[in-house]
Design a protein. Structure first.
Length: 565
């Protein structure tokens, strides 16, 4: 007879049934409702069941620095249930939910109880990955003797990059697993990896993920680091997937602070008018999130508690602008936060600008950005082109117009591996009446291979009306000029989506040695469009207008046909 008073999981039996609905774990409910009858049952059923082991044999150091038996919290149960439904899980989460620790214990359990398992762990730095390995030392040193006697397991390797066991299994830390064969992969903080070094994110996709067979377990988990990075892209690829999810696809799992029991504070605090507004927005958006996920009844009953509101006010005061990135209530709230080190992203979002896109998205909002179907281009206005003649084989052309005090980016073109002839042909095919082509200061420099400057080559190709910018003493000062222009800037998402993405991705370079952002930009695919926009702003075409002239748009009396170069 079952003793109904026996239950030791952190979730209730009702929550267990809801979380593990449709999975094989529902058949294991009895393990947590009564102790084993004898040693034979303990060895044959309890110890041979992974979910039981994950809540009974591992020791961790908790948030207070005290050793305690590890038992899964609600978020960890939700993550484990997701992995039972699909082998590849991508977790977008609020902070301190224990997903990294749990995945480490989960995969290390596989290494201990199954032979010849190769487990890979990757974080945004080797030091951070090594911290995960240090936790394995605590697990091993506090393993019950009866477990080690039963498994006859010994440790055969222990260093800063790997832990090995006598059954042939190994847990390794690397920045890439290209060329290896893995049975499990855990990637921690992909948001930080992709934001700080996009090359590592590409290597993860083209190298590490190819090292693991479809059907084997993969966990990618992270807090968000703004939009327009690999984690943002991969997350929405998983969310927007239509049709059956294959073994190569990821299952998206969002874990909010709203259902975190630690996000409560008993002590009442003063709640400002701004706090009240923010809390109302959180409640409304979270209800909408529940409805979108088919939880209409929960949405109708949902309201933040007094203790949650107290916690929110204190935590938001402490974190300020970073609160929603670290503690999102919905996926959209997580990604709407702006990543550290971005030059323009915060200003662009705060602008509350209108960007123009095709009619299918018209009327929708992304944070403060409203999508409309109107094209920005005005046939009555002069059109200018700012060209970045990239030395890394990437060239970008930004088409812009001036309308009153508005700097309008109406179109763009970018490519690589092409000569100047290709870009001049694109200018001619664009159909715009181009008044001036703006070039960087080094356009006059003679190239060794040809003995000609790029300005000279452009003129030979028929581009006559060029303006070469003077060299400025500081790129940081120039970037600040662009920041000042952003409140007056509009960008057509219909034709210049690449430039809009740049506004979120153009970043400072990360200094691995100092562990901080350097006072110079990261040179990657986003520095090219950023340079082109900067040339347009610095050209003086917009900046020379005084307040009186800005009041009315500059229009030509008699539009000319064809390209004016």
């Amino acid at each position: 007879m079952i003793d109904n008073s026996y239950w030791y999981l952190s979730i209730t039996p009702k929550e267990y049934e809801w979380i593990y609905r449709g999975t094989s774990a529902l058949d294991l409910l009895y393990l947590f409702k009564r102790p084993p009858k004898d040693e034979i049952e303990w060895k044959g059923q309890y110890l041979n069941t992974k979910l039981w082991r994950l809540n009974n044999i591992y020791t961790i150091i908790n948030k207070d620095g005290i050793k305690e038996l590890f038992t899964m919290n609600r978020a960890q149960h939700i993550k484990y249930a997701a992995s039972l439904r699909h082998p590849r899980v991508m977790v977008l989460k609020s902070r301190q939910r224990g997903i990294s620790t749990f995945t480490l214990i989960d995969y290390n359990d596989d290494a201990m109880f199954y032979p010849n398992m190769s487990i890979g762990m990757q974080s945004y730095g080797l030091d951070e990955s090594a911290v995960l390995l240090e936790k394995l030392t605590v697990l091993w040193e506090n393993m019950p003797r009866v477990i080690l006697d039963h498994t006859r397991l010994t440790k055969t390797k222990q260093n800063t990059k790997a832990v090995g066991y006598s059954n042939g299994s190994e847990v390794r830390v690397q920045t890439s697993f290209r060329g290896d064969t893995l049975q499990r992969l855990h990637v921690s903080e992909l948001g930080k990896i992709s934001a700080r070094d996009p090359k590592k994110a590409r290597e993860l996709k083209t190298g590490t993920l190819q090292a693991i067979k479809a059907g084997n377990a993969v966990t990618i988990e992270s807090t968000a680091e703004g939009q327009h990075n690999a984690f943002h892209e991969w997350w929405y690829n998983a969310v927007d997937l239509i049709g059956e999810r294959s073994l190569k696809d990821f299952f998206p799992l969002f874990i909010s602070w709203v259902d975190d029991p630690d996000c409560n504070l008993e002590m009442d605090t003063t709640i400002s008018e701004e706090d009240i507004h923010e809390l109302e927005v959180i409640e409304a958006e979270y209800r909408e999130y529940l409805i979108d996920n088919g939880l209409d009844d929960e949405a109708e009953a949902f309201a933040l508690t007094r203790t949650q509101k107290n916690w929110f006010v204190g935590q938001r005061r402490e974190l300020g602008k970073d609160f929603y990135q670290e503690y999102p209530h919905t996926p959209e709230a997580a990604f709407n936060a702006v990543q550290d080190g971005a030059y323009y992203a915060r200003l662009w979002r705060q602008k509350g600008t209108v960007i123009h896109v095709n009619i299918e998205k018209a009327g929708t909002k992304l944070g403060n950005i409203l999508y409309t179907s109107k094209d920005l281009y005005d046939d009555n206005l002069d059109t200018y082109v700012a060209m970045d003649l990239g030395m890394n084989d990437m060239m970008v052309m930004v088409y812009f117009q001036i309308f009153g005090n508005e700097f309008r980016i109406v179109d763009e073109y970018h490519n690589h591996g092409e000569g100047l002839e290709h870009y001049v042909e694109e200018l001619k095919k664009s159909g715009y009446r181009i008044k001036t082509v703006i070039l960087p200061h080094d356009a006059k420099v003679t190239e060794l291979g040809t003995g000609k400057s790029r300005l000279g080559r452009l003129r030979e190709l028929g581009v006559r009306n060029c303006k070469v910018l003077k060299r400025t003493p500081s790129i940081i000062t120039d970037i600040e000029q662009v920041r000042k222009a952003i409140p007056f800037m509009s960008i057509s998402a219909l034709k210049a989506d690449y430039i809009i993405k740049m506004m979120g991705r153009y970043m400072k370079k990360w200094d691995e040695t100092l562990g901080t952002f350097a006072a110079k930009p990261l040179h990657n695919e986003w520095s090219n469009p950023a340079d082109a926009v900067r040339y347009g702003v610095l050209s003086g075409i917009w900046a020379f207008l005084d307040e009186t002239k800005r009041a009315e748009p500059r229009r030509r009396r008699k539009p000319r046909k064809g390209m004016s170069l």
